[in-house]
Design a protein around this ligand. Sequence first.
Ligand SMILES: [Zn+2]
Length: 222
Amino acid sequence: MPKRMEGVFQMSNEKYNDICKKYSVDSLVIFPMVESVTAVYGGPINFLGNVLPSSERDGCFFLSENATFLSRADNSLFLFQYKKGQERTSIVGCGICESHGEKAHPDEGIVQKYYRFVPETIKVFDNSISLKELQSVSPDIKLSRAQYVDFKYKSAICSLIDTRLNISKSFSKNINIALAPKHIETMGDETYYTCGNCEFRFKKAPRCPECGQLVLEQDLKG
Ligand SMILES: [Zn+2]
């Protein structure tokens, strides 16, 4: 069964620093997302942009069984770190954690630990933030394990986030309006689409796994 998607990707003029103030953010965390977790949901872009803010998930990011909670997770700005295949590790999105707890995972039914992110604060970046850019703000940042970043860098990091949100706005795209694939190829039994939004090539699916674009299904028999 396809999962219900309610893309959030909302564009807003609100500066991320103001969003942090609204939710009394008082710490800053770099948080690695595990590829095996996000792969189930078509990659980090779809996971952060569509699954996590959905009403079913309500911002709850479930953790693997043995994970321990960060001591200062609540009221923290999380920078979501991700490494895809051979690509360099980078920051692909962010969100504000307002609470944590344990409850049944909506898909797996097992009680798991979770961080809850305020859905409207979850942002996905069109262009991820590189380690080099982060280090231009705070030279001691390394991308490895979950870590706190000195809170004095919050404003500078929010400005970095704003540059990504402005880029999103200039495309003014709504990934929930179905878009025909740019190309359609058939290889054997498989059909491949080239996304009409970001030009990523993928095996036929209802949404582009790279940018979350809803695909206008084509009648291949013509
Ligand atoms: Zn795409």
